[in-house]
Design a binder for this molecule. Structure first.
Ligand code: COA
Ligand code: AMP
Length: 631
């Protein structure tokens, strides 16, 4: 069946469509209802069904004869380590980890926070939780102690599993002191921390609370899988909202497993046994879905790469990994290709490697600029597929589905809606806009399996953030248009979220940090165009009257404050002191206008602007920063 027919079928008869897809998963007990629509706007998939995600990702492959097949290839240029973990070994480790967690009192429904670098033990810990029905919440290593503390407070984990350190090309990041500082900040205290002591920088263990990973694993009794309801949560993944308080996106077990397995076959066109590489981080949704769950649920080999696209050691790093491990499909963010292109514009490193096994490159995480897409196509000679999704959905909303039918590529577009997603572009009045006109991109409910059923412990915020803008629709937060052929063009966010090197960050969260500085009266953070990272944040601050201190010193303090309070991943490096901020007559700060000025783009003078002369002052101040060179 071609794309159009399959898409229409998914819209016409979603229940039989997804019931058929669910055959890719082994169920302990079949579902009673494919789609439970008894409590709108909350929808549940496969209610009544029972399964175990870890069983589907590991055990069943060993039973069916894949025990000797590599499950994980760990390739770490930052430490020089390489390791192959076969499915049989993964099963042994995951069963032990489940036993270790259970011995510490972790039971079905309990939360476990995982604050780990890109090492195989991170995957073992995630699957160990899934095995006993515990809910994991992985926190990205580039976040600060304060961000970790917020997540500990919200998720209330019985146990935290952490690495002693992460390794960045330029430094060792000590995770253990960050973890200790986070627990000092929280009112809720986890009972235990299991620390993976890395030889590069082992941490100090707190007596009575901390245990070493190797010791608990050595002493653990392997455990089998606990059957859970399809609708039970598998994990929580926190993502930036429009306030400093992150949103705990919940993922269920059943719908997620089905969506992961189906998407691997139909979106990526990948078969069991193939080598799949998502060059991202396990701390992000791409890592959850396509480093861990989708490849393992499918019986593929997943590559776990602890390194960067450039500098570890050079811009040929990705090509080496593809050749050495026989990668069929690569998935990364456009920023990684921009970084490679900047260092090796003519693709000289490519000449050293044979990429004959590579079938396709998928890009997501941010808008893919046509230049980067074209460069990647020329260099690799394989289809380059831009696809669009978000933490909330867990898998692609729009893509060229290579496993169904390859559609023509239109640069700048992630192609058409994936089967299961009823994507609509709506205007302010709630009605559909004309093809080609920009509007809010929304998805008609119900969302397909795998998408968030709610926010952790906060049904109300889920409804308010996503389902209130237009009854019956999910608000993606992105704006764009659909062309005559049904191709979607995702252009920008409608909120204050920015995308820095494929990482999603809230400018509102950064503004809250800047505003906490004693010398700052008012501030605004905008995302300005950056050649490699797509966007980087830039802070504009107005100082309190009477502040006479050196502005450079205040700027450095503010940069350090954001790094300390949010984390290095925010890449917040530039602050400009301005005499005042441009506002509308009702007092709304004109962030969009300042962004246009910073990026050197044309803009219309807002009719409601309070005092247009401020814009010249802003332009002068921004001209000193070198901000805004197009990627
Ligand atoms: N633990 C601790 N610190 C981390 C970290 C981690 N897991 N990951 C990143 N950081 C730090 C970096 O060291 C850097 O700190 P610095 O300011 O001291 O240099 C900062 O966070 C920003 O990191 P990053 O966004 O990775 O930027 P970079 O300049 O080091 O590298 C790229 C730029 C483009 C090479 C890099 O962003 C990249 O490889 N991106 C790939 C795409 C990707 O993974 N996207 C995720 C979603 S798909
Ligand atoms: P995250 O939740 O971190 O995955 O970020 C999701 C957001 O990144 C989306 O809402 C978009 O704003 C942006 N995004 C992701 N993929 C794309 C894409 N292919 N094209 C345009 N924007 C994208």
């Amino acid at each position: 069946m071609g794309y159009q027919d399959l898409y229409e079928r998914s819209m016409r008869e979603p229940e039989s469509f997804w019931a058929e897809a669910a055959q890719l998963i082994d169920w302990d007990r079949p579902w009673e209802r494919v789609l439970d629509a008894s409590n709108p706007p909350f929808y549940r998939w496969f209610s009544g069904g029972m399964l175990n995600t870890c069983y589907n990702a590991v055990d069943r492959h060993v039973i069916s004869g894949r025990g000797e097949q590599p499950a994980i290839i760990y390739d770490s240029p930052v430490t020089g380590a390489k390791r192959v973990i076969r499915y049989a070994e993964l099963l042994e480790q995951v069963a032990r980890c489940a036993g270790a967690l259970a011995a510490l009192g972790v039971e079905k429904g309990d939360r476990v926070i995982i604050y780990m670098p890109m090492v195989p033990e991170t995957i073992v810990a995630m699957l160990g939780c899934a095995r006993i029905g515990a809910i994991h919440s992985v926190v990205f290593g580039g976040f600060s102690a304060r961000e970790l503390a917020t997540r500990i407070e919200d998720a209330r984990p019985k146990v935290v599993v952490a690495g002693s350190c992460g390794i960045e090309p330029n430094r060792i990041v000590q995770y253990k002191p960050l973890l200790d500082a986070a627990i000092d900040l929280t009112e809720y205290k986890p009972e235990h921390c299991i620390i993976l002591q890395r030889p590069q920088d082992p941490g100090d263990l707190t007596r009575g609370r901390d245990l070493s990973w190797s010791e608990v694993m050595a002493g653990a009794e392997p455990l089998g899988c606990v059957s859970v309801a399809a609708t039970d949560p598998l994990y929580i993944l926190y993502t930036s909202g429009t306030t400093g308080q992150p949103k705990g996106v919940v993922r269920d077990n059943g719908g997620h497993a089905v969506a992961m397995a189906w998407s691997m076959a139909k979106v990526y066109g990948v078969a069991p046994g193939e080598v799949y590489w998502a060059a991202s981080d396990v701390g992000w949704v791409v890592g959850h879905s396509y480093i861990v769950y989708a490849p393992l649920l499918t019986g593929c080999t997943t590559v776990l790469y602890e390194g960067k696209p450039v500098g570890t050691p050079d811009a040929g790093a990705f090509w080496r990994v593809i050749q050495e491990h026989g990668v069929s499909v690569l998935f990364t963010a456009p920023t990684a290709f921009r970084a490679i292109k900047r260092e090796d514009p003519n693709g000289e490193h490519l000449e050293r490697y044979d990429l004959g096994g590579l079938r396709a490159l998928f890009l997501a995480g941010e808008r893919c600029d046509p230049d980067t897409l074209g460069w990647a196509e020329r260099m690799l000679g394989v289809p380059v597929i831009d696809h669009w999704w978000q933490t909330e959905t867990g898998w692609a909303i729009a893509s060229n589905c290579l496993g169904i039918e390859q559609l023509p590529v239109k640069p700048g577009s992630p192609t058409r809606a994936v089967p299961g997603y009823d994507v609509q572009v709506l205007g302010e009045d709630g009605g559909p806009v004309q093809r080609g006109d920009i509007g809010r991109i929304m998805i008609r409910l119900p969302l397909p399996p795998g998408c968030l059923p709610t926010l952790w412990g906060n049904d109300q915020r889920f409804v308010q953030s996503y389902l209130s803008a237009q009854p019956g629709y999910y608000l993606t937060g992105d704006a764009g248009y659909m062309d005559e052929d049904g191709y979607l063009f995702v252009m920008s966010r409608i909120d204050d979220i920015i995308n820095v090197a494929g990482h999603r960050l809230s400018t509102g969260g950064m503004e809250a940090v800047l505003a906490s500085h004693p010398d700052v009266a008012e501030c605004a953070v905008i995302g300005v165009t950056d050649q490699v990272k797509g966007e980087v944040p830039l802070g504009l601050v107005v100082l309190k009257s009477g502040v006479q201190r050196d502005r450079t010193a205040i700027g450095s303090e503010l940069v350090a404050l954001v790094r300390d309070q949010i984390g290095p991943v925010a890449a917040f490096k530039t602050v400009v002191v301005v005499p005042r901020l441009p506002k509308t007559r009702s007092g709304k700060i004109l962030r969009g206008t300042m962004k246009a000025i910073a990026d050197g783009k044309d803009f219309r003078l807002p009719a409601t602007i309070d005092d247009p002369a401020i814009l010249d002052e802003i332009a002068t101040a921004l001209s000193t920063t070198g901000a805004g060179k197009a990627p």
